[in-house]
Design a protein around this ligand. Sequence first.
Ligand SMILES: [Zn+2]
Ligand SMILES: [Zn+2]
Length: 437
Amino acid sequence: TPDLPPDMQSSRRRYRHIQPTSPEEMLRASTDAGMANMRRVMNQKTEEERMAKAPCTFCGKNGSSGALKSCSRCKAARYCDQTCQLADFKARHKRECANFVHPPNTSAFLTKPVANERYPQHPAFAHWHEDGVGCWVTIAGRLECDLHALTDSMDSKQNRDRRERVSDGGAANRQIIRTHKAAAHSLLGLRVLVQNRRKDKTPILVFGSRAQVLSQPSLTSAVLRGTAEGDNLVKFTRDKVPRVALGVANDPWDKSLRLEISHINGSEAKPNAPLPANVKDATEGTILLNTGDFAILQLQFRVGDGDTISKDWEALGALEAFFLPWASSDDTTAPASLPTAQAPASGGDGTGLLRAPFDQRGVRAHYADFIEHGEEAYMRSHFGDAQTGGMSRAEGMVAAMGEMLLGQGAQAGNADVLVQRLRDAGMGEIADKLASR
Ligand SMILES: [Zn+2]
Ligand SMILES: [Zn+2]
């Protein structure tokens, strides 16, 4: 794209799908991404409906919508009444609730496959709980599994504005891009659900801005290769081996951390709406959680230089664990010292540190198709085989999306390519409808 500064263009050359070489390829890429997104949104809606109608965890009876009450501590189990709840608590739930066996029920964090999907939308690549506080960590990546760049906005919907800002800045902007290596695709996006299930029913404060990821001992130098001025990291030695703990990346344009509070108790935190009462500091990601409350944070970390490590699984594979500190206090200021990856000790001073090791086997299994057979195989197995049953209900949406893509295709003189892609994807009916227009 000619509106990008030259530095950005050069370092993007290897990302073929970002700069498609022909209108046809552009259409193909946008159609693939559009379809995958559509399926994802549809499956999430289906799952939301299913969750609303989910049966009693104990007796399996269906409740009419909203009639069942969730366990107030974990929000993962739901019951007809207290009789079912007590019976289940004795039989099983006491242990499961305290051990964070299931994440809370929310379509914003689906750790199990939904509908006919083979892979979950939010696979838990790391999990930890301690002292009644727990977290699940998944990827907040792009469809094609490339790491993010600082020049992109954290919210893909705002990318157009962001691109304009980045390309309008002239020499000063080129300087920022050079100094911060901002065009490199080196940011790992994580999506973290954190929940308070403490028995003492005290609220806790979670400090998103103090989250860290720790390098694998053997990959510390690869992780450090991307280091740029102003990066948020701590080098230290453990057992005589050099390590690096990466903090949340700084954004040189917004002068803030690459951090976002995306959901509180399952509700989306909308950008222009009033802040939920739980959010004590949105830019620092400081959140107050009462018993049962849970929040979802999006965090980005610079892992490597965007070259040797450029895919989500490569970045995850270079890391040992994710860390998130909290304090049992309803004071809104951070304690003088919080435990960190490099100094994890915390002893009864009212602070805690979640240290969630990455499940490398799980990471490799999730991305195996991409690693072994490439992007198309991955797209197909993760998004392509989805149910056709849900299609009819969502046909209006598909048609709207198709219309938009058709418009793009017609502009590029390639409407027939789109129609063919729809047929290839098993959406023959929709393809026929579009073709007949
Ligand atoms: Zn029941
Ligand atoms: Zn529970």
